[in-house]
Design a binder for this molecule. Structure first.
Ligand SMILES: *[C@@H]1O[C@H](CO)[C@@H](O)[C@H](O)[C@H]1NC(C)=O
Ligand SMILES: *[C@@H]1O[C@H](CO)[C@@H](O)[C@H](O)[C@H]1NC(C)=O
Ligand SMILES: *[C@@H]1O[C@H](CO)[C@@H](O)[C@H](O)[C@H]1NC(C)=O
Length: 446
């Protein structure tokens, strides 16, 4: 009797223990689940240390095929509402400009480079509808007296494009020789469109600024392209025939369009800085890594470096990258092939202040007579982007110790400022592009 009571007590105790452990396990499992998910969290990030699925960021390489496969899911959760009334501020101006025109004009926009999505979705604020599994993508947007029709995808080919096009914005890639041959194929086809009146070319320029190939296509040289917008500090830019265009964010790897109202800009961020990228031997990135390591900056910053090229792209690494921008006060941006990197715009979109290496890269990029600011990054400097320039990474430890002393309120102010500046910058670019369009279509009528 006594023996069996003892047995029962032991059994009950064992069951109790098992249940407690199981509950604990469930709790742990759930919290891990949230941590690995894409939801916004204030906790520090953990990336698997095996570099299997790691992909270098900040590679300014276009991989256009992936463009049509990447799912565009914004991993940002709404936490606070921000009052960024940039749009209101500008809409008055936009309306004023429209009153001088009466008739409406159809403008075709054909995106044959990944930067086309930045133009359409981020700058013009257009939407996209996918047909036949992304072979064709369409968008339509009316802005004032302009009816904008955007087409992109592998199905958009010269012979299938609407032949009665009159006003055209053609978006091409001129980054490398093979891309230039493809771009030329489109430009050489333009004379087939008999009704063409006005053509704007938006082109991803060469990182060394060798864009001479497009001069013969300009109308001043007898070609059909009236105006060009070029990425990088091209010496061609004169704000008459050639305008400068920003690199923008890497839409080709699925970088989302960020709604500033959905960002958490008012809480302290667990990291002072982040750098996720690949390290080339004998580059300034290598020096940056040495400085980070020898000053033990990894205790303040989220650093993930890779020393080999890895083309693989996963949703998880994109999400980790985005989280690291959202969780850091600063984003380190060493130069790549050019000083202008997608990372600069991507950081600003998330309210992380880019710390940009302010040095010229090899090539013929340089100053422009019409932009007041000196190269590199003259467009950002011209519009007074509130970013931090650094001439040499040896200044980084001082910068980090300044950050450690900076009150949260100041960081929040700075964060709001960078997000607001970036929103205004995009609106400004849009107005600039549209005004070049309107002025010329209008002139044609007179
Ligand atoms: C945030 O904005 C949404 C919609 O504009 C509103 O429903 C919600 O109550 C707001 N939340 C806060 C905390 O102000
Ligand atoms: C655009 O260029 C074409 C070809 O040079 C020219 O005929 C046309 O008048 C130009 N349009 C405008 C608005 O300048
Ligand atoms: C970095 O950490 C190591 C080990 O903790 C220490 O020996 C070294 O002095 C530290 N360096 C600096 C610059 O703080």
């Amino acid at each position: 009797m006594l023996f069996s009571l003892r047995t029962i007590t032991i059994i009950v105790f064992v069951i109790y223990c098992v249940l407690t452990c199981y509950t604990g396990y469930l709790l742990l499992k759930n919290s891990n689940h949230v941590k690995d998910g894409v939801q916004y969290t204030h906790r520090k990030l953990s990336l698997p240390d095996d570099s299997e699925d790691w992909n270098p960021w900040g590679e300014e390489f276009e991989r256009e095929k992936s463009l049509y496969m990447v799912q565009k899911v914004s991993p940002i959760k709404v936490l606070t509402n921000q009052s960024l009334d940039v749009k209101k501020q500008f809409s008055k101006h936009i309306k004023d400009a429209s009153q001088s025109f009466e008739s409406t004009y159809l403008v075709e926009i054909w995106g044959k480079a990944a930067i086309g999505l930045y133009v359409w979705e981020h700058i013009l604020g257009g939407k996209l509808e996918s047909k036949m599994d992304g072979i064709w993508n369409y968008g339509f947007k009316r802005i004032d007296n302009l009816k904008l029709k955007f087409r992109t995808g592998p199905g958009v080919i010269t012979t299938k494009a609407p032949s009665d096009v009159q006003n055209l914005i053609l978006i091409l890639n001129g980054r490398s020789d093979d891309k230039v041959s493809f771009a030329k194929m489109w430009l050489d086809f333009l004379p087939q469109f008999r009704n063409l009146r006005f053509v704007i070319l938006v082109v991803l320029g060469n990182e060394q600024c060798h864009n001479e190939w497009l001069i013969p296509y300009m109308s001043k040289s007898g070609g059909l392209v009236n105006k060009s917008f070029i990425v990088y500090d091209s010496p061609l830019v004169d704000n008459f025939d050639f305008f400068q265009w920003p690199l923008g964010v890497a839409t080709y790897r699925g970088f989302p369009k960020v709604d500033p109202k959905k960002l958490d800009l008012e809480n302290s961020r667990p990291y002072i800085c982040n750098f996720l990228g690949s390290i080339y031997p004998h580059s300034s990135r290598e020096k940056l890594m040495n400085i980070i390591q020898s000053n033990n900056l990894t205790q303040f910053c989220f650093i993930k470096a890779r020393y080999e090229w890895q083309p693989k792209e996963t949703k998880q690494t994109l999400s980790a990258y985005i989280q690291s921008l959202h969780l850091s006060d600063l984003t380190l941006s060493p130069v790549g092939m050019n000083s202008e990197c997608y990372r600069i715009y991507e950081a600003m979109a998330f309210g992380s202040v880019p710390v940009v290496e302010d040095i010229m890269t090899p090539g013929i990029c340089g100053d422009s007579k019409v932009l007041s600011a000196p190269a590199p990054l003259r467009l950002l400097k011209h519009y007074n982007a509130p970013i931090i320039y650094i001439k040499d990474w040896s200044q980084l430890p001082d910068l980090i110790s300044q950050e450690l002393r900076m009150p949260l309120q100041d960081k929040i102010k700075r964060r709001l400022k960078i997000v607001e500046w970036y929103e205004n910058f995009k609106i400004h670019l849009r107005e600039n592009l549209l005004s070049v369009l309107k002025e010329n279509i209008h002139r044609k009528e007179r």
